[in-house]
Write a protein that binds this ligand. Sequence first.
Ligand SMILES: Nc1nc2c(ncn2[C@@H]2O[C@H](COP(=O)(O)OP(=O)(O)OP(=O)(O)O)[C@@H](O)[C@H]2O)c(=O)[nH]1
Ligand SMILES: [Mg+2]
Length: 418
Amino acid sequence: MKLVVVGAGQGGSNIADEFVALGKWVWKNRHIRIFTGEEGDPVSQGVFAVNLGAGDLYGLNHIPQTEDHTILLGTTDEFRGRGAGKVNADGAEQARRGASKILSTIRDHGNVAKADAILVIATTAGGTGSGSVGVIVDLLKESFQKPVYAMLVLPFENQYNDPDSMVNTATCLKRVMENSQADAVFLVDNQKFVRGNQTMGANYAKINRQIADSFMDILCVGEETERRYIGEVLDANDLIRILHGPTAIGISNAPIPKKSTSFMGRLLGDGGKSKHFSESKTQIERAHNVLHQALAELSIDCELRENGHIIYDAQHVLGLFSGPEHEATEEIVEMMDNTLAERVPGAGRRKGTYPGRTSDTISFTVIISNLGRGAAMNRVETFYNDALKMMNQVQHSRKGRARRWEAASKTAAGLPDL
Ligand SMILES: Nc1nc2c(ncn2[C@@H]2O[C@H](COP(=O)(O)OP(=O)(O)OP(=O)(O)O)[C@@H](O)[C@H]2O)c(=O)[nH]1
Ligand SMILES: [Mg+2]
């Protein structure tokens, strides 16, 4: 699947930048392009960063810092490239005013005709990305006849008590999930990626890499042209057909023991033609664990507890197994399909295998789309509720302060003017 990727705001642009890093790795190691552009074009051809603060754009390592790929808005008015200062209404307004600049840059330099879909990425807690993402999604949807997906990155838990972060997050979710033309919205919870006691700053690079990496196999698999890497194919259309509404993506992988190549190993085995049943059992168990891990590591928690079981309520689920050719067996595909049928009851299923690209690891990519009841819906509702409460509290406190200052001024009225 070939994408055009647009990062909005600092976090969104950083993640888009990490997508380019992934694209470069994939091009170098697999000779596959996951973004638009012709064979000789730079890998970054189809990737853009939109921002208000010039400072945010200097941190990019892979998206070219030239006008044709980094789009700086608000350069001519009161914002003067300073950012939205956490006011996402300003981010939205700047994207509306800069619409023709965004559109002409992407149209002239993004080779959009070659894209299967467009992905617009933003964090929700700030001003620029959070405000502009909905505007950019609609702009691109109206201008190009392509699926347009949004990726919204939700704040860390320690931001839940910050009114600006909460109100920005809630209004961004409302704009994109309820009032935009996005075909699907990937929800990514920053908090799910926090490990141990790492500082947030150090976390960003790692989180961004993990986010981009979770798309690697699913973007590559349909682009393979060499027979030996083609299994049960999942192509761009399979993906486009299932991606709707709120969506979670997860990937998990595990190393596998090397196949014995020793003389004794070969003597005891039969040259790898058929396996001892215990070997198949271990293989399936290992795969089963990795698949469960992929569900546990979805980009946002979205499970539902019902009668003591953990299930998922969604319209579609997709599973992609990737590993050495000898691991991509019928049994593993069947196990994956049965597990997903059980865990996402009633959902339409798509399954695929991607053999041969790794020799020492197996992995599963899982996408659950058009999510219904469950933890993700609860999370979004909590953002809406908390943001409303905080807005009211902030307004109430502001009025209280104004009243007290008024009272103080009245006392001062008895004093002589200087
Ligand atoms: N995963 C991830 N999250 C980030 C990153 N940078 C920021 N965040 C998160 O996103 C929130 C908003 O920050 P930014 O993305 O810098 O905000 P912005 O869109 O540039 O908006 P303003 O700077 O307020 O105009 C932060 O509070 C973090 O929760 C990043 O590189 N990766
Ligand atoms: Mg910023």
